[in-house]
Design a protein around this ligand. Structure first.
Ligand code: NCD
Length: 398
């Protein structure tokens, strides 16, 4: 078992885990991904392992980042996708179409030896339910919640905090504003709990029907988090006091049966983050984040739409939402490594990698040749065990 077994909700992370274990590994992962030998080392972290993604609900970013993370670490990734069948979502072409119960589906994938089950579901609590099945029957499989209905989306919140930390160099001391659908937006729930572990001043700004659920408000109060709930109309008073702005779309799919909310939303006009708004509200060092997909709350840059291209803030330095997407793969890699290969030390990987892959040394300059990466840049002490040849740089020119 890894440094943790399951990732279900952000309340479970401790500040010391974030600081001592998680952030340093994210820094290290980003550095390694960008180093010449990085990809070769990384693919030795999870060879022979397999993760399975059970995505009952649609996804672009979350699904692909986990698949990419698994592949880059040398693991396999299988994806099963859901569709609405009758009134329920089911994994299509799976035995759920033959009325197999969720518990048996989860147990099947654990029994087959999948090392992680990454689950996105339209119902709150389903990742926890999967973890109950795994623990009840003693499997080692790790369950990761990739979004459970209006519940939580903990791995997205980790990406968000890493993005904030990367830009500002810290999280403590910042002022953040969470704006949009705080009721149905699971990302907002996970983020509020997670930011609550830092010394962040948090403003929660939502239309009246879409406020943060009371249980989360109570939790933040109990934990002495510095936050304020603010009505939408007071937003102008906050301008130029905020460091990061976190916006989400209205989660329309969560309200299809709530007449009251639907009636309200018919009249509701979201605040639009565009060039004008940005110039009026944001300081140069501010950052805007969004978990995506965006609705019309941040004007997008669109190829065939001159108006959109002129009015978008996408090319302004405050737009942090695409950098935020870029944080997804390294963070997912760290989570998979921590859960499935906690004992692998990167220094050991370096040693094994270099001793195994070096095939020759240049008698003239002392550089060594790796069968994977070619000739290195640094000379090393002469090693009698290596074949001695003359490297291309030292060969006499014809
Ligand atoms: C979000 C989700 O699915 O909760 N997207 C994501 O995973 N990055 C946000 C949303 O759908 O609005």
């Amino acid at each position: 078992m890894g440094e943790f077994k399951h990732i279900l909700r952000t309340q479970d992370f401790t500040r010391s885990w974030l600081e001592i274990k998680f952030f340093p590994q994210v820094d290290w992962m980003i550095k390694l991904i960008n180093e010449k030998e990085g990809p070769f080392l990384l693919r030795n972290i999870l060879p022979g392992k397999n993760v399975i993604l059970l995505f009952y609900e649609p996804s672009s970013r979350t699904r692909v980042r986990f698949q990419m993370a698994a592949h880059k670490l040398g693991a396999g990734a299988i994806v099963l996708e859901g569709a609405e069948i009758g009134k329920e979502r089911k994994l299509i072409y799976s035995s759920e179409m033959k009325e197999e119960i969720f518990e048996d589906t989860i147990r099947t994938f654990a029994q087959q030896g999948n090392d992680a089950i990454i689950i996105r579901h339209d119902q709150e609590g389903m990742a926890e339910k999967a973890a109950r099945v795994i623990d009840e029957f003693g499997y080692n499989t790790s369950v990761m919640n990739a979004g459970d209905g209006p519940g939580q989306h903990p791995t997205q919140a980790l990406i968000d905090v890493c993005s904030i930390r990367k830009h500002f160099g810290k999280v403590d001391g910042l002022v953040g504003l969470l704006l949009g659908d705080l009721r149905g937006g699971r990302v907002m729930h996970s983020l509020a709990y997670l930011l609550g572990k830092f010394k962040v001043k948090m403003y929660l700004v939502a239309p009246p029907f879409l406020k943060m659920p009371q249980n989360i408000i109570d939790y933040l109060k109990r934990h002495n988090v510095d936050f304020e709930e603010v009505l939408l109309e007071y937003l102008p008073q906050l301008k130029r006091t905020i460091d990061f702005w976190y916006y989400t779309r209205i989660q329309l799919e969560r309200y299809s049966e709530n007449e009251e909310v639907l009636a309200y939303l018919k009249e509701y006009k979201p605040i639009i983050f565009d060039r004008d708004f940005a110039q009026n509200y944001f300081r140069p060092s501010d950052k805007v984040y969004h978990p995506f997909p965006r609705g019309n709350e941040i004007t997008p840059w669109r190829v065939d739409n001159e108006f959109s291209c002129k009015n978008t803030m996408d090319k302004m330095p405050q737009a942090g939402y695409f950098e935020q997407i870029g944080m997804g793969v390294p963070v997912s890699m760290v989570l998979l490594k921590m859960a499935l290969a906690p004992h692998i030390e990167i220094n050991d990987l370096y040693d094994n990698y270099f001793t195994d892959s070096i095939i020759a040394q240049c008698v003239v300059c002392g550089r060594v040749e790796s069968k994977i990466m070619g000739w290195g840049e640094q000379a090393i002490k002469s090693n009698p065990l290596l074949a001695k040849i003359v490297c291309p740089n030292c060969r006499p020119k014809q």
